[in-house]
Design a protein around this ligand. Structure first.
Ligand SMILES: Nc1ncnc2c1ncn2[C@@H]1O[C@H](COP(=O)(O)OP(=O)(O)OP(=O)(O)O)[C@@H](O)[C@H]1O
Ligand SMILES: [Mg+2]
Length: 398
């Protein structure tokens, strides 16, 4: 037996050697089956590192949920910064999640903070921040690669103007210097149809498209992660294949990793030191692939309460859609339950519209069969009961 295996045996109180290796925030050094995309990235940005300030890039990354867009982009960022450091080039990589930084101001503040860490949180307008950014970039002679991840949210909520404003940092104001490169990341292949001509003309032809993973690809991604996260011999090849097979329906690595983590948790709860297919099946029944946990966690408390009202109405009725009137009634009961002040009718409406725009819920105008016309709401592809359970847990822990 190898020394570390022996050590493993002694320390075993759980099947997890390092659970954090399955977290959504962990980016492994090796990203199997994305070597090609990573190379494409590095090639596109090589001139930015070689001739800093002389050239900038605007790149579009698209691909469905869990196909490695964020992971590959972050990994490329690390490699590019290392290369820049070796060459003595002042390069900064900044990754902004547009779902979290929901306004122009917050996006600009993140960018400003990467250049001037001590900048105060308030007191500036977006236009002032932009000026400060332009001035500091010039003074510090820094090049920036800025990722606007989940850009769909920006376009669906605050509009694309921010992209345009950012591209103007590369204006003649800086003696035709080109210090800012932008990477737009989107789940939507047709994102270009939603963008203004002036932005599209800057992007093209630099696009990288990510495709869903096959079952075999997911298998090797899982194998690599299993080695980092679990003790040896706690999971068989057959179990890994089973998870890969389930997740291959969507080609979603995040879903595969979540199934793996949950199956591990169920085994741990039972006090066994091996993951069995039964744990995977249980994990599958309790996990929804289509909607990301991060997305729901990022909603504020009131939005979570509205969503809870929707899922509760759906879970109780077993129907695909519920009427807004009923949802509002349940929302008021929920607010009492959680001791929160309910929002007004108009505010609820506004939030429902936002939740629909960002894809958490689906709204439809009811057709025949229901009295008059009214808006009905559903959560497509997500079992409402699962979502209701998760929301209740999160709200409890908040
Ligand atoms: N090739 C890979 N090798 C190892 N892990 C991977 C790979 N691709 C994705 N992952 C992991 O799967 C999870 C999802 O990947 P990622 O967040 O990059 O997906 P995404 O395409 O950005 O999805 P979304 O559109 O939902 O944001 C992450 O935990 C990531 O580390
Ligand atoms: Mg992502």
């Amino acid at each position: 037996m190898e020394a570390d295996t022996l050590e493993d045996e002694f320390q075993k109180t759980s099947i997890f050697k390092d659970e954090s290796k399955l977290s959504v925030f962990y980016v492994p050094e090796n990203l199997p089956h994305r070597e090609g995309e990573l190379h494409q990235f590095l090639n596109i940005f090589k001139p930015v590192v070689d001739s800093p300030g002389a050239i900038s890039r605007i790149v579009l990354i698209t691909g469905p949920v869990g196909t490695g867009k964020t992971a590959v982009t972050k990994r490329a960022g690390v490699l590019l910064c290392e290369a820049a450091k070796r060459k003595g080039v002042n390069l900064k990589y900044i990754h902004i999640n547009c779902r979290r930084e929901k306004t122009n101001f917050l996006i600009l503040l993140q960018l400003a903070r990467s250049i001037i860490p001590s900048i105060p949180n308030r007191g500036y307008s977006p236009a002032e921040l932009l000026n400060i950014i332009v001035k500091s970039i010039s003074e510090q002679d820094v090049s920036i690669i800025m990722v606007l991840d989940e850009i769909d949210y920006v376009i669906n909520t605050i509009g694309e103007e921010i992209i345009y404003d950012l591209t103007r940092i590369n204006d003649e104001k800086l003696n035709s210097k080109q210090p800012l490169s932008i990477i737009l990341v989107s789940k939507n292949d047709n994102i270009q149809l939603m963008l203004d001509e002036s932005i599209i003309s800057l992007i093209s032809p630099l696009k990288i498209k990510f495709h869903p993973y096959t079952s075999l690809q997911l298998e090797s991604i899982l194998e690599a992660r299993v080695k980092e996260a679990f003790y040896q011999s706690t999971i068989s090849h057959g179990v890994i294949s089973l998870i890969a097979d389930i997740a291959s329906e969507w080609g979603d690595a995040r879903y595969a990793l979540e199934l793996l983590w949950r199956a591990g948790k169920y085994a741990e709860e039972e006090g066994v030191f091996k993951i069995f297919p039964e744990h995977v099946r249980k994990a599958r029944a309790d996990t929804c692939p289509e909607i990301s946990k991060e997305l729901i966690l990022s909603l504020d408390r009131n939005d979570k309460l509205i969503l809870l009202a929707i899922t509760r109405s759906l879970a109780r009725s077993g129907m695909a859609y519920a009427q807004i009137g009923l949802i509002e009634k349940i929302y008021h009961l929920i607010c009492e339950e959680y001791r929160e002040k309910p929002r007004s009718h108009t505010q609820i409406w506004e939030r429902v519209r936002v939740l629909s725009r960002i894809g958490v819920i689906k709204t439809r105008i009811s057709g025949r069969g229901l009295r008059g016309k009214s808006t009905i709401i559903g959560v497509e592809d997500i079992p409402a009961k699962i979502l209701e359970k998760e929301l209740t847990e999160w709200l409890k822990n908040e």
